[in-house]
Design a protein around this ligand. Structure first.
Ligand code: GN1
Ligand code: CA
Ligand code: CA
Length: 285
């Protein structure tokens, strides 16, 4: 038994030593291995190289790096309408609107309380008051007569119900005559009707004159006559036969003859004239 066990051990040692050596020798002597170590020029010179058989499918490669971003896509379709938002806060007050139409008249209010009793009055001495008023009337009438005397006899004015007229015995061109009247608060006389025209005509006649300037002309537009206050010649006129004729194309002012007839004349000639003044209420005295 002991000798059998010793023989086994020797065999084990021999296998451990020689088996690897044997494997090494076989590897070196193996024809493929030898061919692998042959120089290439040697193989090319002695063999025709033909493609080998298609290999087997390789194992899948590793996951690659992420690709570049793609191009922007086309516009998407309109989305569905969203839900209503929450109710906002109350806005500021708007501007005041236009004034409305006047409302109906309201009902009459109730009668107020009685006022406080007034102080006792002074007894009226009516006879004495009437006497004073009567004396004042007489004074006013005397003043009226005196004013009339001053206007007509001293100043030389004439008057109608609403106008005063003053003859100015100074030869002036039409524009200067108007200026003279204006500086005294009036205008060159503007007869608008037969009554005032006749009054002026008699005024001229009594003064022993033939003609005077009146406040009428067509300086702004030929043939379109207007008064010096800017008003247009109305329905009334007293042109002499054949007038206005705009003689020599240079007659744009108007004279009144003692007959009352009108004629257009050269504005630059010198003539006496009549000023007209509106009567103030206080002038009625
Ligand atoms: C002529 O002759 P007398 O002075 O009345 C003329 C008027 C002129 C004026 C110029 C019928 O009037 O048109 O404006 O001379 N009368 C006629 O001074 O031609
Ligand atoms: Ca004219
Ligand atoms: Ca004329």
């Amino acid at each position: 038994m002991v000798s059998e066990r010793g023989g086994d051990r020797a065999l084990d040692r021999a296998l451990v030593f020689f088996l690897p050596l044997l494997v090494l020798v076989l590897l070196v002597l193996w024809p493929g291995t030898v061919a692998m170590h042959r120089p290439i020029y040697e193989a090319c010179s002695t063999h025709i190289i033909v493609p080998g058989k298609k290999g087997e499918i390789g194992i899948p490669g590793e996951t690659g790096v992420p690709g570049k971003p793609g191009q922007i896509g086309p516009l998407g379709t309109k989305g569905c309408r969203g839900e209503n938002g929450e109710k906002g806060e109350v806005g500021r007050l708007g501007k005041i609107g236009p004034v409305g139409a006047k409302g109906d008249e309201g009902r009459k209010g109730e009668q107020g309380l009685l006022g406080v009793k007034g102080e006792q009055g002074i007894p009226c001495d009516c006879d004495k008051m009437r006497k004073v008023v009567g004396e004042l009337d007489i004074t006013v009438e005397k003043l009226r007569e005196q004013v009339h005397f001053l206007k007509s006899a001293v100043v030389g004015m004439i008057e109608s119900e609403r106008r005063l007229y003053l003859l100015v015995r100074e030869e002036k061109r039409h524009a200067e005559a108007q200026k003279h009247c204006e500086e005294r608060g009036g205008w060159l006389a503007m007869p608008h009707d037969e009554v005032s025209n006749e009054l002026l005509a008699s005024y001229v006649t009594r003064a022993g004159l033939t003609r005077i300037f009146i406040g009428l002309g067509d300086e702004r537009k030929e043939g379109k006559f207007s008064y010096v206050d800017g008003s247009s010649l109305g329905a009334y006129s007293r042109w002499r036969p054949g007038e206005p004729n705009n003689l020599l194309g240079n007659e744009h002012c108007v004279e009144m003859m003692s007959s009352g007839g009108w004629n257009d004349v050269d504005c630059s000639q010198g003539l006496y004239f009549v000023c007209e003044f509106k009567k103030l209420d206080t002038w009625g005295v």
